[in-house]
Design a protein around this ligand. Structure first.
Ligand code: ADP
Ligand code: MG
Length: 728
């Protein structure tokens, strides 16, 4: 099909768009009734479970206590009855393997009763534990294939839910995926471990500040999800989008995002219709979607839920991604979650809003109103400063992927160098505390924590710095380097654990100074913060993170690590400091970290190999043919003109010919590069692919994109950027 035909189909899809046959009607179907209607939530459990069983389960959910196996049968039965009423025929243990995707294997409730009929059965042991034949999920050497059995374990803290399909429904039970020897094969297990770890250390701090209620400290997450929407006709005409998730060719449109007229603009009709539909589905699943708007790039949008407990927010984010994709199909569009589907146009991220929360305190990153609360707040911020400085390579590693590389460090996304934006007011306070004990006081004088001289702290960071990868935003931190396509589990595991380590360090310091004497607390706080600032304040940066000056200053003067590509960043997962951090708190064993490094490098390599093969194939079978057809037309015209003696320039013909020739040479060079990809381990292969294959691919693209701007539009077969971005 020519691009023209695809364009016609897409235009007709837009112009003839009719809303769904049975439109949503939120006046009749109240969103308040809809919300959570497919979730085995607290209300349902309270209604359907005996009091003692409910209580026991609640304890596990709220306080993180172990599940009492003796209640499993009762819960399973109640869950089954509820699911059957909702039309479910099957159940599945949902889990999150290291592919970053959501995995499920369905089993029917029906069991033959031996008399020719069947009964619906679901026992406690099936709820608590499952055994998917999951031998082909990546395990990075943790399970050898002959003992490939991992098992899934019910995660009580994330409620079961019903997923609807036009032809029926099924019960989904969120689970952790673990090998028989106890190693985490998934993204959820370490997240649950890290939640525990940060809770323990944060509580120690709260206790020092006088709260020994023992209330659990939870990490909260609010991930803002960015995505692109394009018409499905274009999607099917772009093998690169289908197979690699991004365009491997495409010249920049005449009009990009320069005018910023898309950001927060009116949402196109079909897109809004899609959004409402997606939200409707997510409401049913109890996902608290809140915000929707156009993003900066044409065709780019964002959806943000309200923040929730990290584990739930993570599961919900997976549901959001799945729902966006499936709902887009329904509306004749494709939802692109790749971090950089279009070169030269803004990429998509997933800003991860992160905080620690505790009953009676709210967010621990919320500066309180009184000086005492201020001191506690400053301590939690100091823990962030220390941990991000100590583990900035880890933070970079957990957002590494082949696709996010195209975004990080490009001019619209946070740079690959980690730094913290605190806002001028808070930075000044930390600076003053730092100087407070120094022999040469500044003109602004000393600043003491916990006493009246401390000015009221800003609730809002004021000038929001969009160029910072890790920014304080008033009552939370926003980690902006996470990719749109990635699970948010990895980044949270890292943040929880490194924060726990710094809180542990600080608590120990404070305890050793005060020795239980509360009157010494302020002095101790002052000292700890000063020490942390002395060692770690080079991580604080409020300026323009995109500028060249910053890159120079960060790396040359401040010595901050800059790991521009995943080939360099992923191996940081097994740096001695990282192994020490995770093993100390039992969040990852050394083997688990090694397996992750191996798997993520392998994923990187596979992706580049696939992309390189696609570049060769598309260049040869789509782009080259378009070029030579045009070349022939030009040549024919030139020849005819010459024959009748009319002067006619051959400039265009020569230009096309020259670029076709160069593209051919670039294809041959890329093929050779791929033939020579024989590195003996994943790490070396990643480096080779990153620094040799990717540039060779770009070389082919250079000529192809040039040709796109020259060749007659009706001969060009790949849909163009302008078409994909603006027809919707
Ligand atoms: P913006 O685009 O201005 O950054 P959004 O409204 O798009 O803001 O997203 C902000 C996200 O931060 C939401 O998911 C919100 O629920 C979340 N959030 C707000 N407060 C907290 C908090 N204390 N802890 C974690 N996340 C929070
Ligand atoms: Mg936002």
């Amino acid at each position: 099909m020519s691009s023209n035909q695809t364009r016609q189909s897409a235009i007709s899809a837009v112009t003839n768009y009719t809303p769904p046959a049975t439109p949503l009607n939120f006046a009749e179907q109240k969103p308040t009734d809809l919300f959570g209607c497919n979730v085995f939530n607290d209300v349902v459990m309270q209604e359907r479970l005996p009091k003692d069983v409910y209580k026991s389960l609640k304890k596990t959910i709220d306080e993180g206590q172990k599940v009492d196996p003796s209640i499993a049968d009762t819960v399973a039965n109640a869950m089954k009855e509820w699911a059957l009423e909702k039309g479910a025929t099957h159940y599945t243990h949902v889990f999150y393997p290291l592919t970053g995707l959501t995995a499920e294997k369905h089993d029917g409730f029906l069991t033959p009763d031996g008399k020719g009929s069947a009964i619906a059965e679901f026992e406690g042991k099936l709820l608590i534990q499952g055994e998917p034949d999951a031998s082909s999920f990546p395990n990075g050497g943790l399970r050898t294939t002959f003992e490939a059995r991992g098992y899934t374990a019910w995660d009580v803290t994330s409620p079961a839910y019903i997923l609807e399909n036009p032809n029926g429904t099924f019960l989904c039970i969120p689970t952790a995926f673990i090998s028989w020897t106890g190693e985490a094969l998934d993204k959820k297990t370490p997240l649950l471990r890290s939640n525990q770890v940060v809770n323990v250390q944060a509580q120690r701090i709260l206790k020092i500040f006088g709260d020994d209620s023992g209330n659990r400290v939870v990490s909260n997450a609010g991930p803002e999800q960015e995505y692109f929407l394009i018409d499905r006709n274009f999607y099917f005409a772009r093998p690169d989008l289908q197979l690699a998730g991004r365009t491997l060719f495409g010249s920049k449109p005449a009009k990009g995002q320069e005018l910023d007229d898309h950001y927060f603009g009116a949402i196109p009709r079909r897109v809004l219709s899609f959004m409402m539909d997606a939200e409707n589905e997510l409401y049913k699943l109890g996902v608290p979607v809140k915000t929707r708007h156009n993003e900066v790039a044409p065709g780019q949008f964002e959806l943000a839920p309200l923040y929730e407990h990290a584990n739930l927010a993570t599961d919900h984010n997976q549901m959001i991604m799945t729902t966006l994709k499936s709902t887009a199909k329904k509306h004749g569009m494709a939802c692109l979650l790749h971090e950089k589907p279009f070169a030269g146009i803004n990429g998509s991220g997933k800003h991860l809003n992160f905080s620690l929360g505790c009953a009676g305190h709210g967010s621990l990153f919320d500066p309180g109103k009184n000086p005492h609360k201020n001191a506690q707040f400053l301590i939690f911020c100091a823990a962030i400063i220390r941990s991000v400085h100590l583990h900035s390579k880890l933070l970079r590693a957990v957002v590494a992927s082949v696709s996010n590389d195209h975004r990080l460090g490009a001019n619209e996304a946070p740079p690959a160098i980690m730094s913290i934006f605190m806002g001028s007011h808070l930075t000044e306070i930390f600076q003053k505390i730092k100087e407070g004990n120094s022999p040469t006081p500044t003109s602004s004088g000393f600043l003491k924590v916990g006493v009246d001289t401390l000015p009221p702290l800003p609730r809002d960071a004021g000038d929001r710095n969009r160029t910072s990868p890790f920014a304080f935003t008033g009552n939370r931190f926003e980690f902006r380097a996470v990719g749109s396509n990635a699970s948010i589990a990895g980044p949270q595991v890292a943040i929880n654990t490194m924060l726990a380590e710094s809180l542990d360090f600080i608590a120990t310091e404070l305890e050793s100074v005060t020795k239980g004497d509360q009157s010494k607390l302020n002095e101790a706080v002052q000292k700890v913060i000063k020490d942390i600032m002395d060692k770690h304040d080079s991580i604080l940066f409020d300026g323009d993170g995109y500028s060249d000056e910053w890159h120079k200053e960060a790396t040359e003067e401040r010595g901050l690590p800059n790991l521009p590509t995943s080939a360099e960043a992923i191996p940081a997962l097994t740096d001695p400091a990282v192994i020490e951090l995770f093993t100390k708190y039992n969040v990852f064993s050394k083997e688990e970290l090694e397996s992750r490094e191996e798997i993520y490098l392998e994923q990187y390599n596979q992706a580049v190999v696939t992309e390189a093969a696609l570049v060769v194939k598309l260049a040869k079978t789509l782009i080259f043919p378009s070029g030579v057809r045009y070349q022939k037309e030009l040549a024919d015209t030139c020849a005819s003109m010459k024959a009748i003696g009319v002067p006619f320039t051959t400039d265009v013909l020569e230009d096309v010919t020259e670029n076709l020739r160069k593209m051919q040479a670039a294809i041959v060079a890329l093929e050779k590069v791929m033939e020579e990809n024989t590195a003996e381990d994943q790490g070396k292969e990643a480096t080779y692919l990153c620094y040799t294959a990717l540039p060779a691919m770009l070389e082919v693209r250079k000529y192809a994109d040039y040709l796109e701007d020259v060749v007659a539009d009706d001969l060009w077969t790949l849909p163009s950027y302008s078409e994909m971005l603006f027809i919707k």
